[in-house]
Design a protein around this ligand. Structure first.
Ligand code: BG6
Length: 487
């Protein structure tokens, strides 16, 4: 792998501590970091290289998916890290950073390849990108890459504006927009599921598929993030990014051996074909909800409006369910139901493909209906693929559905951040969101945001610990379906 300098903005923050250092460490243990690797952490706090390394060590001991097995190896990993005090707005700090980065590159005889990871609030993306460019940090004769976290804008206009500004310093192929759902092993497997399995490829159309259900539900509530969450809600926090990314990955049709560009191009085709909702169709196709008090696993929990930091009049959505249609030859007529919410009955991210049933007896017939075939893709916390099919009981002669595993993860798989950081260091953008996808996602969501803002969509309360408001069940029931596995 090519040598690289990893430059981390927000090095003293929570994401760095919980995810980024443990991910880098695990890549190191697996021999997946470049041979020549230098890292700089940046922050306003007056840390030294030593105190920085001690913090990284502590984060690894606390959050790494693997225990530290080799103390000497850990020490050598930590020695790659330097700390630099940097105020995002101070140009001198970038100049002194450049000096130090270059000294390390010379010491290690490294090409000046630099990856800038922005683990900071979105308001800092643009000034940092501009300062990287102006200071000369971004104009070496090696490569440069910019990795940014969500949110990418807060609506269509702000996303476009942010992209316009970033593009003054970084070209599209240099920008790696993280959507951590794309780093999940099971989401990545969607790429190969039908691409390399003719049996699924043959079935992946409206001829055989009745509907697709994509659900990401959580038991946690707003936690300590009221200031952020009350402004974004489930629609911007989960739906515009993670849920639509999963939809693209589930609906994609790929030729065998597709390149990264092809994957992203085909994803774009999916989102481009997403039928826009007209103003008058929104309330019938998008359900918004907010959790009320209830209990989760026997423990009483407060409603959203009683959470610390949430105004008692908040109309913020903590739950979204929506029916979408992809208007192309593969998917026309197949509803895609998407659901995401906080303070629900369980933590589960799952895609269920429900197949059509050409054998279905007519409503007048006295025959017992058989259950539909289902392909169940568990993204997390379980990672598995299973198939529901019907079996005839030899004694009673009745059909009964059985679910058999096709694939089960062996556990101990790399975390999303490991996959994504590895790919970014390699320059592989397959599992990063291209600007076209981000823009088209906002384009679909924007009219919904407008209707929410105008209060044209009812806000349904649902009890914490439930599967969301009744209206979410009714959304499927009117098409003759129901959410699978709500028990
Ligand atoms: C984050 C959201 O992007 O994803 C959180 O901001 C949410 O609100 C989280 O809890 C869910 O991620 P995961 O990987 O736990 O399903």
């Amino acid at each position: 792998m090519e040598p690289a300098t990893f430059v981390l903005f927000g090095a003293t923050g929570d994401l760095a501590r919980r995810k980024i250092y443990p991910a880098l460490y695990n890549l190191f243990v697996d021999g997946k970091l470049p041979q020549s690797f230098s890292a700089f952490g940046l922050g306003r706090r007056e840390w030294t290289d030593e105190s920085f390394q001690a913090n990284i060590e502590q984060s690894i001991r606390q959050f790494s998916r693997r225990e530290v097995a080799n103390e000497a190896a850990l020490k050598s990993f930590l020695r790659s890290f330097r700390y630099h005090v940097l105020d995002i707005g101070r140009k001198e700090d970038y100049a002194s950073l450049l000096d130090r980065v270059q000294v390390r590159e010379d010491e290690l005889h490294m090409a000046p390849n630099r990856l800038f990871y922005l683990s900071v609030g979105p308001e800092y993306f643009e000034p940092i990108a501009a300062n990287i460019q102006e200071s000369g940090l971004g104009s070496s004769n090696g490569w440069k890459r910019l990795v940014i976290e969500k949110p990418f804008g807060h609506d269509l206009a702000s996303a476009r504006e942010l992209n316009r500004k970033l593009s003054q310093s970084f070209a599209e192929e240099e920008v790696f927009r993280i959507d951590h759902y794309l780093g999940k092993a099971m989401v990545q497997k969607l790429e190969s599921l039908q691409q390399s399995n003719p049996v699924f490829q043959a079935l992946w159309t409206n001829r055989y598929i009745a509907n697709v259900q994509i659900s990401a539900i959580e038991t946690v509530g707003v936690e300590e993030r009221a200031g952020y969450y009350d402004h974004v809600g489930a629609i911007k926090d989960m739906f515009q990014n993670h849920m639509l990314q999963m939809l693209m990955m589930a609906a994609i049709h790929l030729p065998h051996d597709s390149s990264s560009d092809q994957v992203r191009f085909k994803k774009k085709k999916v989102i481009e074909a997403l039928a826009p909702l007209q103003k008058h169709e929104i309330a019938a196709n998008v359900i918004r909800g907010q959790y009320a008090e209830g209990s989760i696993q026997g423990k009483p929990v407060a409603g959203y409006l009683s959470e610390p930091g949430i105004p008692p009049t908040s109309m913020n959505d903590t739950f979204i369910a929506a029916r979408l249609e992809i208007d192309n030859n593969y998917w026309r007529g197949v509803p895609f139901y998407i659901r995401t919410g906080k303070r629900m009955n369980e933590k589960s991210t799952r895609i269920v493909i429900e197949f059509k049933d050409p054998l279905k007896p007519s409503s007048q017939s006295s025959e017992e209906p058989v259950a539909p075939n289902l392909l169940i893709i568990d993204i997390g916390p379980r990672e598995s693929i299973s198939l529901q099919f019907n079996e005839k009981d030899p004694v009673s002669g009745q059909f009964k559905p059985v679910t058999v595993p096709l694939y089960e993860s062996k556990g101990d798989v790399p975390e999303a951040y490991e996959n994504l950081i590895f790919d970014a260091l390699h320059g592989d953008a397959t599992f990063f969101a291209h600007w076209d996808e981000v823009e088209l996602s906002w384009q679909w969501v924007q009219p919904v945001l407008d209707e929410f803002a105008d209060n044209q969509v009812p806000l349904h309360r649902y009890a914490a610990g439930s599967y969301g408001p009744d209206a979410s069940d009714a959304l499927l029931a009117q098409d003759g379906y129901h959410w699978w596995f709500d028990e």
